[in-house]
Every structure is written in structure tokens, then in C-alpha cells.
Design a protein around this ligand. Sequence first.
Ligand SMILES: Nc1ncnc2c1ncn2[C@@H]1O[C@H](COP(=O)(O)OP(=O)(O)OP(=O)(O)O)[C@@H](O)[C@H]1O
Length: 237
Amino acid sequence: MVMLEVKEFGKRFTSHHLNTTRKAVEGISFSLEQGGFIGIVGKSGSGKSTILKSIYRTYLPDEGEIWFDSERFGRINLLKAEERQVIWLRKHEIGYVSQFLNVMPRTTARELVEQALLGMGESPEAATIKAEQSLRHFDLDERLWDTFPNTFSGGEKLRLNIAIATVKKPRLLLLDEPTASLDYQSKLKVREVIEKLKADGTTLVGIFHDLEFMEGLCDCVYDMNEKALRGMPEVQR
Ligand SMILES: Nc1ncnc2c1ncn2[C@@H]1O[C@H](COP(=O)(O)OP(=O)(O)OP(=O)(O)O)[C@@H](O)[C@H]1O
């Protein structure tokens, strides 16, 4: 079953102070089966993040179509989805993880994961149990659960970020260079997390600068330069 289908997608940005409009991305087409993992590769500024942010509707795309197989709304074009539908999809079906943790200040790690579950309609009791399971699953040290994440290390922030995004078991998870600021050991942890998600049947689209990191994880890559899908390239060692 096709989970995500991007057709002739394009996005322009307008600079109001310069009174100019510039095409950042155009002619992007690919599709992704349920449980698949596409890595997007291409040079800096080629528009990789713009694609992910448009799927998540942080950006409102202005060309083409992005079809998503939603449990709630059926096949839905994310470019045309209403604001209330987008909010629902973000709460329940589409997760987004970057290297940055953008969360409510003065809220503990445990509360952040619980809030994601309460937003989905879980009872407070179930939210407490599932939040703890998720924090444990992603190896966040128990001593950190009731503290504020602003002092967490890069790896700890990322694991919390992934716990928040995945606790709702999204059908589609978008990974926007989550490992960019991590050391090798922390990257290995993220790899394990992604392998677990894949094993659970989550569909993934990810951007990673490091091709070696993607090897064996992605089923194929979308190359922004060639504007085509292809198998994983051999990594030069
Ligand atoms: N909000 C925005 N307003 C104006 N221009 C933007 C905006 N977001 C992205 N751009 C421009 O769109 C182009 C694509 O940016 P994008 O961040 O998608 O590239 P990228 O391939 O992810 O780059 P990198 O690998 O360096 O992160 C760039 O030229 C960027 O300057």
C-alpha cells in the first residue's frame, strides 16, 4: 500500500523586503510504500528540508500534490488539507523529528511525553504508563524523567524528541537531520531506534548528511540532483 506519494512538488519563497520570489524546489516526485524508508540526499540548499517541512505542512507548498494515506481521512492531499485536519494528523499520524527540541518550557521530560498521549485522547493513567515505557525504550536515564530538558545533552534531547514523536505510533515519521550534532556513539543509538521503528512498521522519510549512517537503513534514496529514486549507493571506505 502506498503511504506517501509526492507528485511534481514545488515550493517558492517570497522575500517581502526585496519584493522577489524564488523557486526553492521544483519537479519532485516519489512514492513510498507502507513500512518503507526513503533517504533524501542532495547538496546543501537543494531543498531537502523544504520537502519534509511541506509534508508536515510547516510550509504551505504551492505546486504539485502530496498524497498521504490517512487512517482518519483516507487518501488526503496535504497541500489542500484544512488546518484542522493538519492539526489532527500531527497529533495522531505524522511525526517530525529534527536535531532541535522545540517544546514547552518548564515542562519535564515525562510530562512532555504524557502530553503527546493525552492529546490523542489517552486517559491520564494510560498516558503515565505509556510515557514511562517510551522513555525506557529509548534509553533516557530514569533520573532525567522529572527534570527539564533544557540542560540535557544533544543525545538525550534527541532521544526525548524521538520518544515524543513516536509514542503516538505515527504512520509516517519525518527525520530532518536528527543526528547532525551527535557523536558516533549517540548516532549508533539513533540507528537502533530507527531499526526498532522500522521493525514496528513505521514509514519513514529521512535526511542524513552521512551516507554511511543511512546504509542498511534506507530502502532507497531520493537524489535531489538527479530528481530520481535509486538504490543505496556503495559507501566508499
Ligand atoms: N523559510 C524560508 N524562507 C526563505 N527561503 C527559504 C526558507 N526555507 C528555505 N529557504 C531556501 O530554500 C532553499 C532550500 O532550503 P532547504 O533548507 O530546504 O535546503 P536543504 O537541502 O535542506 O539544505 P541543507 O542540507 O543545507 O540543510 C535554500 O536556498 C534556502 O535558503
